[in-house]
Design a protein around this ligand. Sequence first.
Ligand code: PMP
Length: 402
Amino acid sequence: MTSIHVAERVRRIKPSPSSSAADRANQLKREGRSIVSLVVGEPDFDTPAHIREAAAKAMNAGATRYTALPGTVELRQAIAAKLKRENGLDYDITEIIVGNGAKSVIYTALAATLEPGDEVIVPAPYWVSYPDMVLACDGTPVAVACTEDEGFKLTAQKLESAITPKTRWLILNSPSNPTGATYSIEAYKALAAVLARHPHVLVMTDDIYEHIRFEGGTAPHLLNAAPELRERTLAVNGVSKTYAMTGFRIGWAAGPRELIRALDTLTSQSAGNSCSVSQAAAAAALNGDQSFVAESLATYRERRDAIAAGINAIPGLSCRLPEGAFYLFVNCAGLIGKRTPDGKVLATDNDVVLYLLERVGVAVVAGTAYGLSPYFRLSIATSIEILNDGLARIAKAVGDLA
Ligand code: PMP
């Protein structure tokens, strides 16, 4: 028997906790249990028709071959136009690279820049993938806990104390997954003042939820507050969340040419170009009718308001109203120490999450996966009927605790 050697860089990471939670919920469903899954972070809407039609048209017109490696000129022009129109940022198409989703672009950027032991500052709660990607690229994630009192946002003081000579990147995600926290121009200015003292630190902005912002309009960008950071900022984004295009796998990064060139080089020997048909669809999304964006936002807002109010009415649970994205990050400190009908004491948010799954079939993800406890993340990217069912079940489970 040959035993397969798995590289240390894989052994030091774990599969995405949200994918694992979704798998577990699906498994229970297959076993015949009634499960309400509030786990996944993907829009429940169909991709708008004009975008699907653009994909079909492109495929039938012969867009079935390799494309330019950093992305088609048409898509990079659409991205440059979008960055100008929506974000007030000027990028040439040679300063943009397209990849297989924002996820792969972020990974490529880390792989292209991290030396062993380089530190990456990741404000917590964070998107589950950042620390593991950093680890896979031989870096050291430095999680900085940002409390609910701080609006789950990184403060200038905390940034200052986290920076060392080994810091390579700061990753900022606004609006944030899992909290929805969104930085204002003033908050960005305070962070930029710290960064001005540490010119060796690069900044990655993950702007994937920029349009899911309940105040309306695109979320402010770090570079709007601090244009002087342009030469060391990589702005990452994609079409997955804004246009309900998760399966198309198109994301991109815009940044200084030297950095983009490094990403191009690594991509040329790894993923290659992104799917030709998906690139045509993404260009149609960016250049076409934008009414889907406002319509879906209105639906997310109704769900957010209703479900946050419902959560806040359950004794022992609370959540602040997220400013963006499509999650509620629920504080469950009030349940810690309570006893389940089986006599088990809930000691951690993991226990709470397991209890909700076992007792009432509600699947959510524990705060520990995002680097801050005791919380759980509940996705509102599902119908209000399912959300209300989930809420009623959570209320019942909490009511059964002693
Ligand atoms: N960043 C964040 C914060 C996310 O939540 C996600 C999706 N879960 C991504 C990036 C990845 O998006 P994409 O589909 O473009 O890879």
